[in-house]
Design a protein around this ligand. Structure first.
Ligand code: URP
Ligand code: ZN
Ligand code: ZN
Length: 460
């Protein structure tokens, strides 16, 4: 298959120019002017005049088919990756989970069987570590060698995912020795657990108490501790789903000292806020996610962090649960509402609109935050995360002026609500190529279940 993308405005993390792009098979083979004259026979020509041509989005934080709170996230690898493609994301890094007593390879096999034959775009895995006796420490290096080069540890969810500081230190040491990276869910889960029990004992069962029992100080303390332990272990650390200024200040302080601390935030923390929990009835359950939505005053600080590179990545933490029957599990007890929300489909348009259109970031930074930085941090660059000769042809043709209204009526995620219902955004994905194959064209899915490949990631 030979495809010519003609006369688009190509934007990478560092460049911005008008050119043609020739794609042969799965890779970009030529970039230049008037390539039609020298391209030879073509299978397809895409006229990208007036459009942005950007690297496919990389979402390094998704949870497809994740068992949580007595149910499972409602998107599996088929529906979730298809929705991602509609939104211009061509790579996800999802979280496999090691449950107690399992080896890391046993855990990985379970997630391979969830994804293989289903994913429509390329995918990698991080491994969530929950059980790390000394004899399992060498398995970390083993996993890095198999292309699973990052791991998530939890300071929250006691009894489920939480690991103690000694385990965190050991895991960080082992990961650093093999070039791996620890991703940290940084919240003081032990204190939060007490606050949750107190609230329930006082009859405070409504969804808003999810937020009121998870103060920003609990997140900031987790971030501080994660960075301090990483420093002692001589290890880099990547803070996931950072939600508030209190936590950001900890990352800023560490980076000012030159420590290898990295962090991502997510659209929900940039566009939604605590007031969503004050809605009537049980509606607020739609926004029960961890960390919770914060006071609006945090949002401009997060944008500032994104501009100044104290935050390097925007992921989604896509972890959808239907309002009916799934969120409803916690109708009488907020602590039983499955944590998480949908987001994988609209990250690129939301960030383009809220970031570029609103003048908070420029186009290069938009590409960097949604694609390039994740590729670099998680060992995928330059195969992914840029448009260059030799890179995978994961390319999005993006209409910068076309507006859309986000709604559950039109989205492709398998979930019965949208966290952004009715929100009007400027910037719409028009055509998406995944390794040279067209997967989305003018609002229609042209990809194939199972075409997504597992990505053996390197080390950064
Ligand atoms: O609420 C969330 N974030 N659910 C997914 C699990 C996690 O902590 O990332
Ligand atoms: Zn988390
Ligand atoms: Zn998550």
């Amino acid at each position: 298959m030979k495809t010519l993308i003609r006369n688009g405005h190509v934007v990478t993390a560092v460049d911005s120019y008008t050119a043609d792009i020739l794609v042969e098979g799965s890779t970009v083979v030529l970039i230049g002017k008037d390539l039609e004259k020298i391209a030879g026979a073509l299978d397809k020509t895409i006229n990208a005049t007036g459009k942005l041509v950007i690297p496919g989005g990389i979402d390094p934080h998704t949870h497809m088919d994740l068992p949580f709170g007595g149910t499972s996230s409602s998107d599996d690898f088929e529906t979730g990756t298809r929705a991602a493609a509609f939104g211009g994301t061509t790579t996800i890094i999802d979280f496999a989970v090691q449950y107690r007593g399992q080896s890391l390879n046993q855990a990985l096999d379970v997630w391979f069987s969830k994804a293989q034959g289903k994913a429509a775009i390329d995918y990698g895995f991080h491994m969530i570590l929950t059980d790390l006796p000394n004899h399992r420490l060498p398995e970390i290096k083993n996993l890095v060698q198999q292309g699973v080069s990052s791991f998530k540890l939890f300071m929250a969810y006691p009894g489920m995912f939480l690991v103690d500081d000694g385990t965190i230190f050991q895991a960080m040491t082992a990961a650093a020795e093999s070039g791996g990276l620890i991703c940290m869910h940084a919240e003081n889960g032990v204190v939060i657990d007490v606050l949750v029990k107190r609230a329930l004992a006082e009859g405070k069962t409504a969804p808003k108490y999810h937020a009121l029992t998870r103060p920003t100080r609990a997140e900031a303390e987790g971030v501080h501790r994660a960075i301090a332990i990483a420093e002692m272990a001589n290890s880099p650390v990547y803070i996931v789903h950072l939600s508030c200024y209190d936590a950001l200040k900890e990352v800023q302080a560490a980076r000012d000292l030159g420590l290898p601390a990295y962090a991502e935030t997510c659209p929900q923390y940039l566009f939604l806020d605590y007031s969503y929990y004050e809605q009537e009835g049980f509606e607020a359950a739609k926004y029960v996610m961890t960390p919770p939505l914060r006071d609006k005053s945090n949002q401009e600080q997060l944008w500032k962090g994104l501009r100044g590179n104290d935050l390097q990545v925007i992921s989604t933490d896509h972890c959808p649960f239907c309002f009916k029957e799934q969120k409803e599990l916690g109708r009488n007890d907020f602590s039983k509402i499955p944590n998480g929300g949908p987001g994988v489909e609209h990250r690129m348009s939301l960030i383009y609109d809220g970031g570029v259109v609103q003048g908070r970031i420029n186009l290069n930074r938009f590409v960097e935050l949604t694609s390039t930085a994740a590729a670099k941090i998680f060992g995928l660059f330059p195969k992914k995360g840029t448009i260059a000769v030799g890179s995978d042809a994961d390319i999005v043709i993006f209409d910068p002026s076309k507006e859309q209204t986000i709604s559950a009526k039109t989205h492709h995620m398998r979930v019965d609500y949208s966290a952004y219902e009715g929100r009007r955004v400027r910037g719409t994905v028009e055509t998406v190529l995944s390794r040279g194959n067209i997967v989305v064209e003018h609002g229609e899915f042209k990809g194939k279940r199972g075409d997504g490949q597992f990505l053996r990631r390197g080390t950064a």
